[in-house]
Write a protein that binds this ligand. Structure first.
Ligand code: G16
Length: 539
């Protein structure tokens, strides 16, 4: 053991000297791992390799995932995040180690941090360590992969490079690898296995239903475009027609530029250059295809957004209806964040009568809250989310004895939904199929879907401040506790607007704070957002 420790210490020192930490740069493992300019991430990714190796050894050699992506961020950014064995985000207590590793000032400090974790968690360094990784289409990806490989080599970790993938595909693969020998394997641990699972489930859910008229998908010039094209091949054009636009992954600068889910949601407008036909369904993915938002225009060319809240409401009502038809008793709940439109929360609680939980931003928070329901629907308003079926839900559905064809069909659809919907993390491609499947079941177009409730006008503003880390919140980010004294001013402003609501929080993926405001009219929502934003300038 001492020999292995010595060997690793010397290998870490040797490789780390090839991946020096940029001076004066502070790194934080945030909402979705580390995220900043790709050119600043070399040492961070190397060190994430060390941590991934320890995480795997701590968990008896189960496979850990490492995804290199900056998702919705601009092309020059990049990022890295760890995936736990069941395809979930890294356990929160390990985020602190990630931050410590990334900030260790020297090679000696890094080795010290490494062995602190080994000792405090009693990790057996002679045990097996396995890591798989993938990346999005960013130009800085290949060099960062080299840094990661060095981290894994220096710790004698077995690894497999899955090359270019969507983030949710890697989550799927991690879970599939770790459940291969269990009584319920999640799926074939490959990209092909992912397509097969989703395509087969989609065909079961939509069996004997007419095909959706048409859907056009803006792929934000990211990895989602080619992967969606591949998925559609497995589904077959006789079952689904998809037109993919903004699908140029060869021009680095086009990624997320004036297109994609984040652009459409935050700007509340169409991707630049898209000219939709009225009442046809359109969707936008983000740069690593873990988010999706839908939209359409009416005959006056007015833009209508169908965001994560609308997806959650559609999914919750569909599942609730299927349960009612089947007679199976399972509790369904929805998890949202403070960004959820007030109208959506009212619709869910008052009309659909489903309980709503509110958590801080970040899929990891929503995911855990959703696990507390038999069937937990979670979506951030930005289109990031999924639907989780608990093992109790699956067992109950599998053992249910139907007494009519209607009951049987509802139960079979619910079970197929569980395969169609990625159970590890929000997945734009899986969510796309889910929405299409529900619309064909209901024989709805986008307009009928949109009718459930009317969004309160809202505005999201990004404000650059001196130090976003000075902004601290509580009550699921709805109350700003630091800087002291700002929240009472926001409260006073909000009181002046009918149906007014506003909150401020630091972004975990960008160097800025975000201001959200909603109110009874567009003018009022814009004005409230502007006034709150102005308050922050100079802080
Ligand atoms: C990530 C997280 C999401 C979060 C988003 C924005 O998404 O996974 O949960 O909503 O960042 O976070 P923030 O407002 O803290 O910057 P993605 O798609 O960028 O990975």
């Amino acid at each position: 053991m001492a020999e292995i420790a010595q060997l690793q210490a010397s290998e870490i020192r040797k490789y780390s000297s090839i991946h020096p930490r940029p001076a004066d740069q502070k790194f934080t493992y945030g909402t979705a791992g580390f995220r900043l300019l790709g050119s600043l991430l070399d040492s961070v990714v190397f060190r994430v390799g060390l941590l991934a190796s320890l995480r795997s050894r701590k968990l008896d050699g189960q496979t850990i995932g490492v995804m290199i992506t900056a998702s919705h961020n601009p092309p020059d950014d990049n990022g890295v995040k760890l995936i736990d064995p069941q395809g979930e985000m890294l356990e929160a207590s390990w985020e602190t180690y990630a931050t410590k590793f990334a900030n260790a000032a020297s090679e000696d400090d890094l080795v010290k941090e490494y062995f602190n974790v080994v000792e405090s968690l009693r990790i057996n360094l002679s045990g097996p360590a396995r890591v798989v990784f993938g990346r999005d289409t960013r130009a800085s990806g290949p060099a960062l992969v080299s840094a990661l490989k060095d981290g894994l080599r220096s710790t004698d970790t077995k690894f497999t490079d899955y090359r270019i993938l969507t983030t949710p595909q890697l989550h799927y693969i991690v879970k599939s690898i770790n459940t291969q020998n269990s009584p319920v394997p999640y799926g074939k641990p490959s990209e092909e296995g992912y397509y097969e699972k989703l395509a087969n489930a989609f065909k079961v859910v939509t069996k004997s239903k007419p095909k959706l008229a048409s859907i056009t998908v803006d792929a934000a010039n990211g990895v989602g475009g080619p992967k969606l094209k591949e998925l559609v091949k497995y589904i077959g054009s006789e079952n689904l027609d998809v037109v993919i636009v903004k699908n140029d992954v060869t021009a680095a600068e086009k990624l997320n530029n004036q297109a994609g889910a984040d652009f459409v949601k935050t700007q509340q407008k169409l991707p630049t250059g898209l000219h939709p036909k009225p009442y046809e369904l359109y969707a936008s993915l983000d740069g690593d295809a873990d988010r999706i938002v839908f939209y359409y225009i009416d005959e006056t060319e007015k833009f209508h957004l169908l965001d994560g809240d609308k997806i959650a409401s559609l999914a919750a009502s569909f599942i609730r209806d299927l349960l009612a038809v089947s007679g199976v008793e399972l509790d369904v709940g929805v998890v949202q964040t403070a960004y959820a439109n007030g109208s959506s929360s009212t619709y869910l609680t008052d009309i659909l009568k489903v309980p709503v939980t509110v958590t801080p931003t970040g899929v990891k928070h929503l995911h855990h809250a959703a696990q507390l329901y038999d069937i937990g629907v979670y979506f951030e308003a930005n289109g990031h989310g999924t639907v989780l079926f608990s093992s109790n839900a699956v067992k109950t559905l599998e053992s249910f004895e139907a007494h009519s064809p209607g009951q049987q069909s509802a139960v079979s659809t619910l079970l197929a939904l569980q395969d169609l919907i990625n159970q590890t993390v929000g997945d734009a491609l899986s969510d796309l199929l889910l929405v299409v499947a529900i619309l064909v079941h209901k024989a709805w177009g986008p307009q009928e879907w949109d009718l459930a409730y009317t969004d309160l006008p809202n505005r999201l503003v990004r404000v650059v401040v001196k130090d976003r880390h000075a902004f601290k919140t509580e009550n699921a980010e709805r109350k700003l506790v630091e800087p002291v004294g700002v929240q009472p001013i926001i409260d006073d402003l909000v009181k002046k607007y009918k149906n007014g609501r506003s909150f401020v929080r630091a972004s975990g993926t960008e160097d800025a704070v975000r201001v959200y405001a909603e109110a009874a009219t567009r003018l009022e929502a814009d004005e409230l957002a502007l006034k709150v934003s102005e308050l922050l300038k100079g802080l």
